[in-house]
Structures are given as C-alpha cells and as structure tokens.
Design a protein. Structure first.
Length: 131
C-alpha cells in the first residue's frame, strides 16, 4: 500500500536539513545553512513549491533558531547572520500587498532581534534550582 502523500526526495531532504539546523545537530558546520538555502532555491525553481513559501519558511527557521537560548551561541550567531538572505528572497517573491506587508514585518523583526545569552551546558544538565 502506498503512503497517502509521497514527498519528493528533495523536499524531504530540505526538511531534514531544516531539522539539523533547528536542533543544531552539526553546530560546527556552517555550510549546512548554505546547503539548506540552496535546496530551498532548487525547490522554488524546479518544483511546484511557491518561492514565497520557501523564503518565508527559511527566514522563520533561521530567526527561530537564532533566538533559541538552548542552542550553542556560535550556531545562533551563524543563523542570525544568514537570516537576511531568505528575507531578500521574500522581497523578490512578494506579489501581493499582504506579502509586502509581511516582508516589512519580518524585516523589522530581524532589525530589532536581540540574542539572549545561551544557557550553559551545566544549567541544561542540572535544570533550575527550584525543581
């Protein structure tokens, strides 16, 4: 019996790369972000996947990862440093006034983003003192 929805291999790969980024599975491999963004561009160009959706999903992934204090500081900085790229692609892909408004909101969100310090490894292992 076939699965109800069979994903294309490149979409499945793009999602796997996004999980690796979001969970910082390879935090010492900054090329992972470039590979993820390149896979997204491929999806937008050669599949029915909407370029706006790819760019917005990529932006949200990078910004959410950057602001997650449970992840290593250097990985979070890498993600924040690269978040402008999908934001730029969102601007190019915007077709409606709503999309332009969302692009503007995301740009503002990136501009005012502050990174809180990462939680230290000992705090992660020990938990909070009130537990």
């Amino acid at each position: 019996m076939k699965p109800a929805v069979q994903e294309l291999p490149y979409l499945e790969n793009w999602r796997w790369l996004s999980r690796q980024i979001r969970c910082a599975l390879s935090p010492d491999e900054p090329r992972l972000i470039e590979h993820y963004l390149a896979e997204g561009r491929y999806l937008a160009r050669f599949t029915p996947t909407c370029d706006w959706t790819v760019a917005r999903t990529s932006f949200r992934l990078l910004l959410n990862t950057a602001t997650d204090p449970a992840l290593p500081w250097h990985w979070r900085c890498q993600c924040l440093d690269q978040a402008y790229r999908p934001l730029r692609e969102m601007r190019q892909a915007a077709r409606t006034p709503e999309q332009l408004h969302q692009w503007h909101q995301h740009g503002r969100e990136l501009a005012v983003c502050e990174l809180l310090p990462s939680i230290s490894l000992t705090e992660l292992l020990q938990g909070y003192s009130d537990e």
